[in-house]
Design a protein around this ligand. Structure first.
Ligand code: GLN
Length: 583
């Protein structure tokens, strides 16, 4: 049987150093060396999961196939590796305490005093072991920054791990910041020294220190850090600021991080095959075209809220050799008195996307953007809420159901085109009514959705975690991740269909609408699920790939029209000159 080796990654000095990206890159490098890995995030907050947390505060909620609402770092893990994670891969203090308190109530601890050590720490260790079962290497990232009171039980648990599992099987990696102070013209190692000191005070001695810096650390700085932090000089690794997060695996490999890891963990692994990462990195540097995509939503001020969406658009660009300029627009801008003027912001865009969201704020602005996309023939992509509003807009402005709405925003609308299913209505607890995780969808032939998935089927499904199946009856079956409460109301299906609205994807029992589109529009599609949770740079999601392709066609056509107008104008001027010269 395999003996799992454990890598624990902690962070120091400041937050936002890219610990999740560093951990994911280590995952990518170890997989490239043929190792069977898993990844786990330990989050010190008391919430049981981030599902109920405000996206402004916490960023995106990532959803796994098994319906866990997790920290957004799991999105990075999945994008950088071949992993399809589950609820086991994200552990919060809330979950740990919840389990321990439940055990105490059940009498599991036989009347003992229940304490942080050993009860909480044992529960943490148990869950790390459960999530790593059968893997060669488990990479475990500890959220927060060393020095936070909240993360202490996690740090204590991982300290004990080395005693439990032996020193060859456990490796601590610490990520810090080495700032360059302009006025002194010097790189500063003191914050790193302090952070490592703090970690050592609680009994954890990191063997590798990854230093985030704006430049590659010179040898003397490495040696200084090595001396003061008690590590080998070649275990001081620079994590240089890179233009793209997808350059990080290569950049850390250049620093020999992966060889140092396998040396310390005493594992045999082949030399890494990094061709695919090299391709991505090179493609990103030589992208030929540029398209601007407007993302009209409500959490636009915090980019972290749309993390996976942002990345998926970049993947779509990569697949088309296009650089994607994402223009985040607050939908409330289109609700102001001068909304017509503001809507002009969309004129220069080659695609409009309305992402997922909850609550009524900004809805009318989104509807205006959708109406603009439909009537101006600009490629439109609606995700979850963006798909639901696509049907509301259509009902109001094409079917003449002026007060049509989603039940979420208007409980007494005469036309709830988006509603809550009857069997959901009885459940008092709103959390319980969410449709979460992977659900199958069947796509009908002769639709845009069919073309999109069919065309990209091979490349996309080459990754074992993405399944696109061609069925005997000619349809396609897919599986996509969901996170929503409301659904398209089947009472309106026929009415929509009769006027050219197409329901191209449905649940296998035909009860739920999953994808809809419009026939007489170049690219107008909405999906009830979240394709952004299943896209990666190596395997761009077909919907994002084709959305960017459509945006590029639109932009080229626009340039074509503009150059035609310009040449026409130029010719006019020439004609005039000729005429005047002749006269
Ligand atoms: N608020 C909508 C619902 O609950 C859409 C959710 C979403 O976009 N994720 O159904």
């Amino acid at each position: 049987m395999n003996k799992t080796k454990y890598i624990f990654i902690t962070g120091g000095v400041v937050s936002s150093l890219g610990k999740g990206i560093a951990a994911s890159s280590i995952g990518a490098l170890l997989e490239a060396r043929g190792l069977n890995i898993t990844m786990q995030k330990l989050d010190p907050y008391i919430n049981v999961d981030p599902g109920t947390m405000n996206p402004f505060q916490h960023g995106e909620v990532f959803v796994t196939d098994d319906g866990a609402e997790t920290d957004l770092d799991l999105g990075h893990y999945e994008r950088f590796t071949s992993l399809s994670l589950t609820k086991k891969n994200n552990l919060t203090s809330g979950q740990v305490y919840d389990a321990v308190i439940n055990n105490e109530r059940k009498g599991t601890y036989l009347g003992k005093t229940v304490q942080v050590i050993p009860h909480i720490t044992d529960e943490i260790k148990k869950r790390i072991i459960e999530a790593s079962d059968g893997k060669d290497v488990a990479i475990i990232e500890i959220g927060g920054t060393v020095g936070d009171i909240e993360s202490l039980p996690f740090l204590e648990a991982i300290r004990q791990f080395k005693l439990d599992k032996g020193k060859d099987n456990v490796l601590y990696i610490h990520l810090t910041l080495v700032p360059f102070i302009k006025t002194a013209d010097e790189l500063k190692t003191k914050p790193t020294q302090h952070s490592v000191k703090e970690l050592r005070a609680i009994g954890i001695e990191p063997s590798i220190i990854i230093c985030r810096a704006d430049r590659v650390l010179p040898q003397d700085i490495r040696e200084k850090i090595a001396l003061f932090c008690n590590v080998e000089a070649d275990a001081v690794i620079t994590a240089k600021d890179e233009e793209s997060i997808y350059d990080v695996p290569l950049s850390l490999h250049k620093e020999k991080l992966d060889s140092k890891i396998i040396e310390y963990l005493n594992i045999w692994a082949k030399s890494p095959d990094l061709n695919e990462w090299t391709n991505i990195s090179e493609t990103l540097k030589t992208l030929k075209n540029l398209v601007t995509i407007a993302v009209v939503g409500k959490y636009v001020n915090l980019k972290e809220s749309y993390k996976s969406l942002n990345e998926s658009l970049i993947h779509g660009g990569l697949a088309n050799n296009v650089s994607v300029n994402i223009k985040y627009i607050n939908s409330e801008d289109f609700e102001a008195d001068d909304w017509k003027e503001r809507l002009k912001e969309l004129e220069g865009c080659s695609g409009i996307l309305v992402p997922g969201g909850f609550g009524s704020r900004g809805i009318n602005g989104m509807l205006k953007a959708i109406n603009y996309a439909r009537s101006s023939n600009i490629p439109y992509f609606g995700i979850c809420l963006g798909m639901q509003l696509m049907t509301v807009e259509y009902a109001r402005n094409v079917l003449g159901l002026k007060e049509a709405n989603s039940y979420e925003f208007d409980e007494i609308t005469p036309d709830p085109v988006i509603s809550i299913m009857d069997d959901q209505k009885d459940i008092g607890n709103m959390g319980g009514t969410m449709r979460l995780g992977a659900y199958p969808c069947v796509i009908s032939k002769n639709t845009l959705a069919y073309q999109i998935y069919y065309k990209n089927n091979k490349k996309y499904s080459a990754d074992n975690k993405n399944s696109v199946k061609l069925n005997h009856d000619g349809n396609i079956s897919i599986s996509e991740r969901h996170r929503h409460r409301f659904e398209f109301n089947n009472k309106y299906r026929e009415k929509f269909k009769a006027s050219g609205f197409v329901f191209s994807g449905v649940s296998p029992d035909d009860k739920l609408i999953e994808i809809c589109e419009l026939k007489d529009h170049p690219w107008y599609i909405g999906c009830q699920f979240h394709p952004e949770f299943k896209s990666s740079p190596l395997y761009p999601h077909p919907l994002f790939k084709e959305f960017i392709a459509a945006a590029l066609r639109y932009s080229n056509a626009l340039i074509g029209v503009q150059t035609k107008v310009k040449t026409k104008n130029k010719n006019k001027v020439k004609d005039k000159k000729r005429k005047t010269a002749a006269a």
